[in-house]
Design a protein around this ligand. Structure first.
Ligand code: XMP
Length: 507
């Protein structure tokens, strides 16, 4: 169950573009409520204030290409903007033609407005981002609003409130993209504003209505999403049971800290101590994918057995998770599938017993919601921590010895980042321990002990990442503390790999 029925939102129809989510995000950044819909649901979107048709990977000239019911679209009586594929579709509907291209125009192009009003008000000649192969032959009555460097029309208006642009205004490489979107939004019919405080109040109200007195159970990890979810349910006065599975793969003092964090919000959590079960199940297993499977399977087993009969399950699924699970075959989507889309949960969803109040939001919006709920900035600024926990920082077999080393080294590293005011400028940082022994000299003796790797990355969305240039003096301090304070460590390494081709975790 998601909360996608905000009247007077901007309705964005998704034709499969990799940028569809970005359109929604840009609109919200411009201060308006936007929701993403599938084109076949054109009849179920409430009362939109404007409509955007996204780009897409297909050609409108292919048989079976995605389409939209144009009569229903027009019946809403609100302005419509087609982007790329969306523009081509509108051009066809308005009597124009589409010529299939053989090569894809991908990358920067020049936008030259040929008028100074409407969509192009205040827009100067500037770079825009293209990603298309087909071209539009406009019907004679269509007005050209802008051309590219070769004089080919890239922005059209077919009639009152019907616009199309060939480029992607939502991509940051389109220098005046925000202005063009803002100009379009200026024509919307009484658009709902996106303001996080009002959004929170609305969510709380909808949660109360949906829960309708049922008992709610939710799994928490102490991370930003599950904490905001629990705080939201708490604010809605819902009878919620928060379960926290200790899988034995958590960081130093994590259980105590998470319990204290929730107590601070006024929520008691039940800790399910399953550490031994997880560690036993992982014994002798060195294959990374198998380790993930074992952990995922056991998590579901432990969680559902503790939860018992479920009246309503609340999950902190975010908007990108929904889209990933629905559309991509990436590793990330299988990961999320593990936790949020396993068969038990799908079955509950079919019965209307799953509540996902954050499913319209992006991560930074969840943080803003957390602030609106009065949560501690320290909690909201926590680095992401993977579901399989330290198992992905312990390549090879997970052993109690290496887990202990990771916990101690990680606590030293993270503590130092906080003390030096560096924690918030890093997307994610951690210590891993390698499955080998390297030689060292301690006292007068040669010893063979475990190497520890430190990793600190900057990123926006974890899809790509850059290693952080931490100051040498800082790394020297952390290395000394680990080498002298953590038994069993022979050396400390700093990971200077970008993603791609490396990943953030070591697995
Ligand atoms: P990688 O290693 O794929 O990690 O570059 C990208 C981001 O995803 C996190 N991660 C996970 N998060 N369950 C999660 O909830 C998982 O199984 C999982 N595996 C990786 C990782 O910490 C990083 O932020």
């Amino acid at each position: 169950m998601s909360f996608s029925h905000f009247d007077r939102a901007i309705a964005v129809f998704d034709f499969g573009s990799q940028y569809s989510q970005l359109i929604v995000r840009r609109i919200r950044e411009l201060g308006y409520q936007a929701l993403l819909h599938q084109p076949e649901r054109i009849g179920e979107i409430g009362a939109p204030s404007a409509i955007i048709l996204s780009g897409g990977p297909r050609s409108t000239t292919e048989p079976g290409a995605p389409d939209i019911d144009f009569e229903r679209l027009k019946a809403y009586g609100v302005p419509v903007l087609g982007i790329c594929y969306g523009m081509q579709l509108l051009n066809l509907k308005c009597g124009g033609r589409i010529h299939p291209g053989t090569t894809r125009e991908y990358g920067p192009a020049l936008l030259r407005p040929v008028c100074g009003d409407g969509l192009m008000a205040g827009v100067e000649a500037s770079q825009v981002w293209m990603s298309h192969s087909d071209t539009c032959e406009r019907p004679p009555e269509a007005r050209v609003l802008a051309e590219n460097q070769d004089g080919i029309p890239v922005a059209l208006q077919w009639g009152e409130g019907l616009f199309g642009i060939q480029f992607h205004p939502e991509v940051s490489h389109s220098e005046q993209g925000d202005r063009i979107l803002a100009n379009f939004l200026g024509t919307a019919r009484e658009p709902a504003r996106f303001e996080i405080g009002a959004f929170k109040d609305r969510l709380v109200e909808e949660i109360r209505e949906t829960v309708a007195g049922r008992a709610v159970v939710c799994g928490v990890s102490g991370g930003v999403d599950s904490t905001v979810l629990a705080a939201l349910l708490h604010e809605a006065g819902v009878n919620v049971r928060c379960l926290f599975v200790d899988n034995g793969l958590l960081r130093k003092n994590e259980v105590e800290e998470v319990v204290a964090q929730f107590e601070g919000i006024g929520i008691g959590i039940e800790v399910i101590d399953a550490a031994e079960r997880f560690l036993k199940a992982l014994e002798g297993e060195a294959d990374p994918e198998e380790k993930r499977r074992i952990i995922g399977r056991l998590f579901v087993e432990v969680f559902f057995s503790a939860a018992g009969e479920i009246e309503l399950l609340a999950q902190g699924t975010l908007f990108p998770d929904v889209i990933e699970s629905a559309t991509s075959g990436s590793i990330a989507s299988t990961i999320k599938t593990h936790h949020n889309r396993v068969s038990q949960i799908m079955e509950l969803a079919r019965q209307g017993k799953v509540l996902e109040p954050l499913s319209d939001l992006f991560k930074d919006e969840v943080r803003a919601l957390g602030r609106a709920l009065g949560l501690d900035p320290v909690v909201l600024g926590r680095h992401p921590f993977p579901g399989p926990g330290l198992a992905v920082r312990c390549p090879g077999e997970v052993t109690p010895e290496r887990l202990k080393i990771i916990r101690e080294a990680d606590a030293i590293f993270i503590g130092a980042l906080r003390r030096h005011g560096l924690y918030d400028s890093v997307w994610q940082a951690y210590a891993a321990a390698l499955p080998c022994k390297t030689v060292g000299v301690k006292g007068d003796e040669r010893v063979h002990e475990t190497p520890v790797v430190l990793r600190a990355v900057s990123s926006q969305d974890a899809m790509t990442a850059e290693w952080v240039r931490l100051p040498g003096e800082f790394l020297a301090e952390v290395s000394n503390r680990i080498l002298n304070g953590v038994p069993g460590v022979s050396r400390v390494l700093y990971d200077i790999s970008t993603k791609p081709p490396a990943s953030i975790e070591w697995e």
